[in-house]
Ligand binder design. Structure first.
Ligand code: BEZ
Length: 212
């Protein structure tokens, strides 16, 4: 199934390192980062899952739950979690879905049919509190992901859901934002952006981040 941005993501129930999980129930009103790795006991994945454990407070601050996945079974995940905790000086504090029957991997198109179709690719799905898909990333097996970037995109998505702004190149929380082109009325501009704004071009107007 091809999932596109804005689609409602499919629900599923699958076993995990922390017991059975139904996505919709488990998510509740939270956002979700669902991310897959090719296999347990592989080096890059070990560093990635360790980093996500360390960043869990940052995800929680943004009302985001994290959920990992691979096609390995629960016993494998539990054994590997010991290695992650030992080598990455952390404690894995979120569930890893066990998807040996590829139920979730197929539903979310995480297996590349023209590559090694026994493994999930490195995918990331950011799902909002309405169960809508907001970001998809696909990485090659050889390249570990940058989870600070995923937090940065979540900051942008949550900000731009609430205000009539977009975020420019390399934006990070606290930086100036772009006013969306559809807002043209001077009264509305004054009301929406009381901190003021700079007109660089009629289509490029910058304003301090509205919620700071
Ligand atoms: C890794 O996570 O280290 C990895 C997984 C599959 C292929 C290459 C590297």
């Amino acid at each position: 199934m091809t999932l596109r941005l804005g689609d409602t993501v499919p629900d599923f129930t699958q076993n995990s390192s922390e017991g059975e999980i139904n996505l919709y129930e488990w998510a509740g009103d939270s956002w979700v980062v669902l991310f897959s790795h090719p296999a347990d006991f592989t080096p890059v994945c070990t560093t990635e899952l360790g980093m996500v454990a360390k960043l869990k407070p940052e995800f929680e601050k943004r009302n985001v739950k994290v959920l990992a996945l691979s096609v390995d079974d629960v016993d494998s995940h539990k054994g590997w979690i010991g290695d992650i905790n030992e080598t990455q000086t952390t404690t894995v504090n979120y569930p890893i879905l066990a998807d040996p029957d590829k139920k979730v991997s197929d539903l979310y198109d995480m297996i590349h049919p023209n590559a090694d179709n026994t493994l999930t690719v490195r995918s990331v799905f950011v799902i909002d509190s309405q169960k809508k898909l907001r970001l998809v990333l696909t990485y090659p097996a050889s390249t570990g992901r940058n989870f600070d970037e995923i937090l940065r995109v979540i900051d942008s998505l949550q900000l731009t859901d609430d205000y009539k702004v977009a975020t420019p190149v390399n934006w990070k929380d606290g930086d100036d934002c772009v006013i969306v082109p559809s807002i043209k009325d001077p009264e509305e501009l004054k009301e929406r952006f009381p901190k003021g704004y700079e007109v660089i071009k009629p289509y490029l107007r910058m304003t301090p981040q509205p919620n700071k």
